[in-house]
Design a protein around this ligand. Structure first.
Ligand code: PGA
Length: 216
């Protein structure tokens, strides 16, 4: 079986105390065929990396976004190299950023380029099959807007068909996101073309996230 990727996207939730408690309550083994990626708010990355390294948890960190520039006179932006010191993956193009922050395709192309140049693997999110995918993207996450945070996940068969199409067009791995729960996760990940999941709400609770990881 190829490795499945399980991403926790905490969005704009959690604080330092709650995030450290979350790590302590996680109940996961060191699965050889599962990669767990935690995307917390940026300010928590430093503390979480220290904690993960010190207790040897089998999880890696990701960012919920990545800068579009390397460094320089961009007030409010974080240097790409600095961020890359903490993370292995970065979400790029999440629909909440496309819609809420007006991120256009040209910006997303730059984010993918800068992430790759700094050794960070972008997880490129699309909410519709027609959205274009920048060159160099290997991991695509399909997250229909109707399924995000609604409790109404997409049909696994539809995701499976789309994943096969995306792979024909060059994607190496395809993840699904949108109302993933411990109960429904396996309907997606048991299909060979679906390489993992991106989990929002259900990732905030360490018990349900651990269950999702186990059920993949
Ligand atoms: P959800 O969010 O699991 O709460 O639907 C998924 C996402 O937006 O990545």
């Amino acid at each position: 079986m190829t490795e499945k990727i399980i991403v926790a996207n905490w969005k704009q939730n959690m604080n330092l105390e709650a995030s450290l408690a979350w790590l302590n309550k996680l109940e996961i083994a060191d699965f050889k065929d599962k990669k767990i990626v935690l995307c917390p708010p940026l300010l928590l990355l430093f503390h979480l990396k220290e904690k993960i390294d010190s207790i040897g948890l089998p999880i890696v960190l990701g960012a919920q976004d990545f800068p579009r520039w390397e460094s320089g006179s961009h007030t409010g932006e974080i240097p790409a190299e600095l961020l890359a010191g903490y993370i292995e993956y970065a979400l790029v193009g999440h629909s909440e950023r496309r819609l809420g922050n007006g991120e256009r395709e040209d910006v997303l192309v730059e984010k993918v380029r800068v992430a790759k140049a700094n050794g960070v693997e972008p997880i490129f999110c699309i909410s519709e099959s027609q959205q274009s995918i920048p060159d160099g993207v290997q991991i695509v996450a399909y997250e229909p807007i109707s399924a995000i945070g609604t409790g109404e996940s997409e049909s696994p068969t539809k995701v499976y068909d789309l994943a096969r199409e995306l792979k024909t067009d060059g994607a190496e791995k395809v993840l699904y996101g949108g109302s993933v729960t411990p109960e429904n996760v396996n309907e997606f990940t048991s299909k060979d073309s679906i390489d993992g999941v991106l989990v929002g709400k259900a990732s905030l609770d360490p018990v349900s996230f651990s269950q999702i990881v186990r059920n993949v």
